[in-house]
Write a protein that binds this ligand. Structure first.
Ligand code: ASP
Length: 308
């Protein structure tokens, strides 16, 4: 058995390549790295890697996370610049016992010492958008996880039964320099325990971290929930708490994968597209609000309109 699942339509090509690796007997780690680097390298995606939208000061600040379900080790970088493939840095850091989560300059120095390729991640179109927005943006203006600005999260299970989770993002557009979202934070943006499953989140990081949502999903799976039940229950828990506090549910989407290859997805949005691959095929699906439960079916052309 092998399986792979990733967030948003933008992961589809990478996920298909990762799926091909798994089908050929490759490892979950190589499949996750392949899927995510393809998104990071594509300048058409304004929320991840090259072409990501900058922070308030015009710098593209990258966050990425990685966790190995067999060893429970994790690695990550945060608020780092000019690392061509943040996910590769996170994967390498995952092999370490200490110093596995590095911020800013330390992460950049690590990438150089590890021989990872560097790149100026600012594209002309991202900088044009930043210049235009910066004219009217005022500190204190709300930051939102808007359509087209999201994290790529990939979870994979290989034939040897190994589970891996990875995430990569340039974070929210116009974030304050130094702001870190959930994506490199273990337990919030991602979590993976080979005995119970893997989970990852996309959406407003500040909210995701309030519920430590990825750990919560895996913890529900440990207590017997299916990946689908766990995603829905974790999201319901945080949303209802927020509603009780007089806040809206926010924009959060979750994915999960079990050690048996079953997957789940849930969202507070009307529609959350994601891709999932099994030995049969790779499909572009969508989670939507159903009758008390999430409705998971193939994504329609209409639902994918406007998706990068
Ligand atoms: N979770 C990311 C962050 O807060 C952004 C997103 O997934 O939309 O930085």
């Amino acid at each position: 058995m092998y399986a792979i699942i990733g967030t948003w339509k933008m992961c589809y090509d990478g996920l298909t390549a990762g799926h091909a690796l798994l089908a050929a007997g490759g490892t979950a780690a190589d499949a996750v790295e392949k899927a995510i680097t393809m998104v990071e390298d594509n300048p058409a995606y304004s929320s991840v890697g090259y072409g990501g939208l900058p922070a308030r000061d015009g710098h593209v600040l990258l966050d990425a996370g990685w966790m190995d379900g067999e060893t429970l080790r994790y690695g990550g970088i945060m608020a780092a610049e000019n690392i061509r493939n943040p996910i590769r840095a996170a994967r390498l850091l995952c092999g370490r016992e200490t110093n596995c989560l590095l911020a800013g300059r330390g992460a950049e120095q690590f990438a150089v010492s590890a021989g990872l390729p560097l790149r100026d991640m600012r594209t002309e179109s991202a900088m044009a958008r930043w210049r235009e927005t910066a004219q009217t943006f005022r500190p204190g203006d709300p930051l939102t996880a808007y359509r087209g600005h999201d994290t790529v999260c990939v979870l994979a299970l290989d034939g040897a039964g190994r589970l891996i989770a990875g995430t990569s993002t340039s974070g929210l557009f116009m974030k304050e320099p130094g702001r870190v979202g959930d994506s490199p934070v273990v337990g919030s943006g991602f979590y993976c325990d080979g005995r119970y499953g893997a989970a990852a989140a996309t959406g407003l990081g500040e909210d995701v971290m309030r519920g430590c949502l990825s750990y919560e999903v895996v913890s529900l799976m440990r207590r017997g929930a299916t990946p689908q039940e766990a995603c829905e229950e974790a999201l319901r828990g945080l949303s209802s708490r927020k509603l009780a506090l007089g806040e809206d549910a926010g924009s959060i989407s979750l994915i999960a994968l079990s050690p048996a290859g079953a997957f789940g997805a849930a969202t507070t949005l009307d529609v959350f597209p994601f891709a999932a691959g099994s030995p049969e095929d790779v499909r572009l699906l969508a989670a939507r609000q159903g009758d008390g439960r999430m409705d998971i079916r193939p994504a329609t052309a209409e639902e994918l309109e406007g998706e990068p």
